[in-house]
Design a protein. Structure first.
Length: 597
């Protein structure tokens, strides 16, 4: 779309805000369900600004604009909003406050959509605005929707059963657990605002949003175990009815407000998770007279702690996916760099390899297929055409994953096309050292991701390098590839527990040159006491299997134990996947997994 057309959209929004008596508006990337991935109907930020990243917010003023992004998207945001004069801000509170102060005058009103802001976020925005004399105004309708002439309709796709053979537990037992949690919190009911929580608790799946098999559904669960699902009945497949039993009723989404008002009139104590519940729901409940109890989503921890069935499914999914990855890597190894070998053609072939398993439901996220300088953008995606060609002497990074009924995968491999430079080998090996350090970690119960995160960075830090994203995120079971509450990052304050699946993906990015990232998924194992120790320690089981490019390794930078880990890992890759790959791939795999010691 032309710059003039994008400017016209901003002009239309400013006119709409002027009619509302507002000097500006905050436009987040989120939708009404606060998800990472949003349906086309909720891509308001992209429609308005052109920025297509998965996280960010715009601040629209009378004459100037700002875009808040994190380190993953600084390069992308500048490119996609070029010509619109957006000031790029980091995610820190001070940058936000400074921009408000210089853009608006005291007593100005700043609009926001309370369906697109969590309770926590609305409080943060309100406080930041009030400290400089501004008023944050919740809108009853979003003015962007009114000026978006061809806005797609909200999704209405079928909702299906996630069978117990994959879930490992019935929906009835899960809702009983939720009810017990509600009673322990002295609440009468909880609002499940997160569609992923609803999907897990009721063993349902959908396809309302890209790459995440969830339906955009909310639910209310009472302390007695009764539940209401807010979904159109004609969207449910027939097998779901008996699975719900007689404890769950169905009502259309339009009935949500009436149910919230009924809870308020009865003076019920209603539990909400302020980190994922829209502020609009809080406002409705409080206006109706309900007493709000803030608590963590009762589904988040048990959903993150995969049960035995889910763990078994994850292992099977990763072996299947690993074989597809090896078939792809062998194919790529045999390609000669030419005009036909591009970022797009490479990612398409990997998709073909996954589809050949006969088990792929969807990708778990849009593949990051990045060559040369594009790999320096951690969340680069081919936007149009074939993307950049893969050229000799350049690094190629492929970060991708699959959604299978029995598990969700996510793996990154960085490869060299041709011969690497000494600096490429150095940077790759330092990243590998961090990845190995996390893989072999032993840690006591109560250890949080922030502590593990340091292990991934230590080798880079010693040489004056770092990376601007977390080391790892939680991963769902045929659900979101990015799942909370645990993560391995500088902000990872949740303790890691047995059964949790997390990614391990340190990186290094040299702007304009190349990017490096190596990623495996890890399963937190139960604590065991070492033979000569006096305290039981948790550890990780590696789930992902595919060769790590030895051509990019400087063995002089690896310790003997690190070399032994790498040789053992490659032996596991060959042992586990040798019978799953094509005969041609097997010959290549034997060489790719040959020991370095």
């Amino acid at each position: 779309m032309s710059i003039d057309a994008q400017k016209q959209k901003l002009t239309q929004l400013r006119k709409a805000l002027q009619k509302l008596g507002c000097a500006g508006m905050i436009v987040p990337r989120t939708d009404e369900f606060q998800g990472e991935y949003v349906p086309a109907s909720a891509e308001r930020l992209k429609w308005l600004t052109g920025f297509s990243g998965s996280w960010g917010s715009a601040i629209i003023g009378k004459t100037s604009n700002a875009l808040i992004v994190d380190g993953r998207y600084t390069i992308q945001a500048a490119r996609e909003t070029a010509g619109l004069k957006f000031e790029l801000l980091g995610p820190d509170a001070q940058s936000f406050a400074n921009h408000l102060k210089k853009t608006f005058t005291p007593k100005d009103k700043i609009a926001f959509d309370p369906w697109l802001a969590t309770i926590t976020e609305a409080r943060r925005l309100t406080l930041a605005a009030s400290e400089i004399g501004l008023t944050l105004v919740p809108l009853s309708s979003n003015p962007i929707d009114e000026i978006w002439p061809d806005r797609p309709p909200p999704p209405q796709k079928p909702v299906s059963l996630h069978p117990q053979k994959f879930a490992g537990e019935t929906a009835t037992s899960k809702t009983r657990m939720v009810a017990a949690n509600i009673r322990a919190s002295k609440a009468d009911a909880v609002i499940l605002s997160d569609p992923l929580a609803v999907a897990w608790a009721f063993n349902i799946r959908g396809s309302d949003i890209p790459h995440t098999p969830a339906a955009l559904i909310r639910a209310i669960v009472t302390d007695k175990g009764k539940a209401i699902l807010f979904v159109e009945a004609d969207r449910l497949e027939s097998s779901l009815r008996p699975a719900f039993g007689n404890t769950t009723s169905l009502k259309p989404p339009s009935a949500l407000q009436a149910e919230l008002e009924a809870l308020g009139k009865q003076k019920k104590r209603v539990a909400l998770d302020p980190s994922n519940c829209p502020d609009a729901i809080r406002a409705m409940l409080e206006m109706a007279g309900a007493h709000i109890i803030e608590m963590n989503d009762p589904c988040s921890r048990p959903r993150a702690r995969k049960n035995k069935t889910e763990q078994k499914g994850a292992r099977a999914a990763h072996l299947r996916d690993g074989a597809a990855m090896c078939n792809f890597l062998h194919w790529l190894h045999n390609q000669k760099p030419d005009r036909t070998l591009t970022e797009k053609s490479a990612q398409n072939h990997l998709l073909h390899c996954r589809q050949a398993t006969g088990k792929l439901v969807d990708l778990s996220f849009g593949s990051i297929s990045a060559s040369g300088p594009n790999a320096a953008q951690p969340h680069y995606h081919v936007q149009k055409g074939q993307g950049r060609k893969l050229s000799s002497g350049e690094i190629y990074l492929i970060d991708s994953g699959g959604q299978y009924r029995d598990g969700t995968t996510d793996i990154t491999r960085t490869l060299i096309i041709g011969e690497p430079t000494a600096n490429m080998r150095k940077h790759f090996t330092l990243v590998l050292k961090g990845m190995i350090a996390v893989s072999v970690a032993h840690f006591p119960a109560g250890t949080a991701g922030v502590q593990i995160d340091t292990l991934a960075r230590a080798a880079l830090w010693q040489h004056g390098y770092d990376f601007d994203h977390g080391t790892g995120h939680g991963v769902g079971s045929f659900l979101s590839v990015h799942e909370g509450p645990a993560r391995i990052s500088k902000a990872g304050n949740v303790a890691l527990e047995p059964g949790m699946i997390l990614s391990n993906e340190p990186g290094y990015y040299l702007k304009g040159k190349y990017g490096i990232r190596i990623e495996n998924l890890l399963l937190v194992k139960p604590p065991r006491k070492p033979k000569r120790g006096d305290r039981a320690m948790l550890s990780f089981e590696t789930l992902s299997f595919a060769p790590i490019d030895k051509n990019l390794i400087d063995t002089n930078l690896l310790t003997r134990s690190e070399l032994q880990w790498l040789d053992a890992y490659h032996a596991d890759v060959l042992r586990k996947l040798g019978k799953r790959v094509t005969p041609q791939t097997l010959k290549w795999l034997q060489h790719a997994c040959k020991a370095l010691t």
